[in-house]
Design a protein around this ligand. Structure first.
Ligand code: T3D
Length: 263
């Protein structure tokens, strides 16, 4: 069993979680899921945590499910479903709902659930050498971890279909050009840029950012009328947080704001 499948590093105002099974391109096992779940719960429970950075150890980001766990001694394969219910689906739901921004630094190949977990994060940046693969079709599976929802929304139906049906690697630069991810950086500068983003979020108006996340997610289910109502309610809620008053004061006084980040 791996000793530390998830590494947790505490920084000033944010945490860094590193998927740490580099010998298998950080593919998911049950212990890794459990460790990630605990790390996310701890980050959420820490009022001082105002952003999260997720990355992978070694040359890959994450190769999805560890397929060693899907082949029994007799060569049979298990019927799937429960791992999605128990691990992958709650993970994606939790990433979307965390009350602060989640930055993912895709340091290498992101395949299968590894790809879609990255795409579930708020800001996806990638190394120029990285690639994104909906590898499910190669083994007779269906994109999971939200892929069938995320892909058409990010890149449109034609590209989503080809990505899912062909399961070809999409180079990071094309992923950026297609709007699948935010930005590509040279491999050598990826982590520096990821830390810069998190340091910025660590002094941001956290509750307001959490409301932005929720408003954008809910917009997929709403018509304009309903979304306008939602914006009214969220704006009301944002204005009750002291960070709003501080933002206005700082603007008027021509100084940088000092956001407390109360969630
Ligand atoms: O409950 C459920 O199971 C449902 C949930 C499903 C979620 C899923 O994610 S299903 C999709 C599972 N993932 C895959 O099918 C991807 C499999 N991996 C690959 O296709 C390739 O490894 C990559 C395209 C990602 C990278 O290729 P490459 O050439 O850069 O590396 P490699 O040589 O294939 O891999 C390096 C090592 O990692 C290698 O081990 P070795 O030979 O050095 O001992 C390889 O076997 C191992 N590895 C890579 N991916 C996995 C893996 N081992 C186990 N499971 C993996 N997913």
């Amino acid at each position: 069993m791996d000793e530390n499948p998830i590494l947790v590093e505490q920084r000033d105002g944010y945490r860094v979680l590193t998927l740490n099974r580099p010998q298998r391109l950080n593919a998911f096992t049950e212990p890794m899921h459990v460790a990630l779940r605990e790390a996310l719960a701890a980050a959420e429970a820490d009022a001082g945590c105002r952003a999260l950075l997720i990355t992978g150890a070694g040359r890959g980001f994450c190769a999805g499910q560890d397929l060693n766990d899907r082949l029994s001694q007799a060569g049979d394969t298990p019927v799937l479903g429960s791992a999605l219910e128990t691990y992958y689906n709650p993970l994606v739901r939790r990433l979307r709902a965390l009350p602060f921004p989640v930055v993912v630094a895709v340091n290498g190949v992101a395949a299968g659930a590894g790809c879609n977990i990255a795409l579930a994060c708020d800001i996806v940046i990638a190394a120029r050498s990285a690639s994104f693969i909906q590898s499910f079709a190669r083994i007779g599976l269906v994109p999971d971890s939200g892929g069938t929802w995320t892909l058409p929304r990010l890149v449109g139906p034609a590209r989503a279909r080809a990505l899912a049906l062909l399961a070809e690697p999409l180079p990071a630069e094309t992923a950026e050009a297609w709007g699948l991810i935010w930005k590509v950086y040279d491999d050598a500068t990826l982590m520096e840029e990821a830390h810069k983003l998190c340091a910025r979020f660590a002094v941001a108006p956290t509750a307001g950012l959490a409301l932005i996340k929720r408003a954008l997610d809910q917009s997929w289910d709403n018509d304009l009328d309903a979304q306008l109502d939602l914006e009214r309610e969220f704006q009301r809620e944002a204005s009750l947080n002291p960070d709003y008053a501080e933002g206005v004061r700082a603007f008027m006084e021509k100084r940088p704001p000092r956001f407390g980040g109360r969630r």
